[in-house]
Write a protein that binds this ligand. Sequence first.
Ligand code: NAI
Length: 319
Amino acid sequence: MKIVVLDGRTLNPGDLSWEPLKALGEVTIYERTEREQVVERSLEAEILFTNKTLIRKETIDQLPSLKYIGVLATGFNIVDVDYAKEKGIVVTNVPSYGTQAVAQFVFAHLLEICHHIPDHVASVREGKWNRQADFCYWNQRLIELAGKTLGIIGTGRIGVETAKIARAFGMRIIAYTPRPKPELIGGDFDYVSFDQLLASSDVISLHCPLTDETRNILNHDAFSKMKEGVIIINTSRGPLIDESALVAAFKSGKVYAAGLDVMAVEPPKERSPLYDIPNCHITPHIAWAPVEARGRLLGIAVDNLKAFLEGNIINQVNP
Ligand code: NAI
């Protein structure tokens, strides 16, 4: 059985083992694959793994042997899952390898915005503290999270984990999701309408998947309904935010700061105007990437394939 991994490098740059996957078939691993190489590389594959390489209808049509697509990630918007279903191709994802890592990363961004630690450390190294008349100084506004309202958009695994951590910081938590889960109401947070969330949150954190419904969920209209000086965190998917609307919201003072681990185009093709906004902190899509989380991801991806081969499909996203 031929197994092709189209873009294995980000998942495993060399610190994990592919051996458990190799035990399941004849495996070819590419570090990365350009769009025009996908078909030629996957032609005989029955099993395809992709992390961020797009698998669209046109590609699926040219791969007659294909039976299974394993997405090496949680978000599976890179695969045309409905068309795969029409063709009888099973698509699986890895739903929960990185829940803790991503929720932790929300607070890495938030705490950076609240305390600016690298900036203060750099100023101490540069000698600024030695030149002070007082015992302390701070370069920028410092923020306490206790008592602030966190608005969570999307109360799935990562949203709920983020709420738990926020609670430990003493934050008040409100959430919006189109289909609230009754068991979560009155729990760690209160469900509110989308507009109420926008109007009441000091910090808004995005945890919904990218779908037609959520694309540009934070657009000009949404920013206009937010509190002055709101903080935006996006560890979910870049296109959830209309980036030009975010730039405008920074310029008007509506947004005080943002922590973005994802952008509309990855890697970005051009220099974004967001790079030049001092309180806009952008990281290169690394929330998922601690070695512990990547190891778990690879293990679950192999288990997904084993289950498929044994006829007990798990983690299918197009049932
Ligand atoms: P999940 O599937 O457990 O939760 C997503 C939640 O969003 C669900 O509760 C769903 O009902 C809700 N939702 C759907 N449509 C919505 C809408 N229109 N408005 C508000 N909520 C809506 O997914 P999980 O594990 O919590 O992951 C969330 C997202 O995080 C993923 O879709 C993925 O894009 C992103 N992610 C990012 C990573 C990174 O490295 N930055 C790593 C892993 C995931």
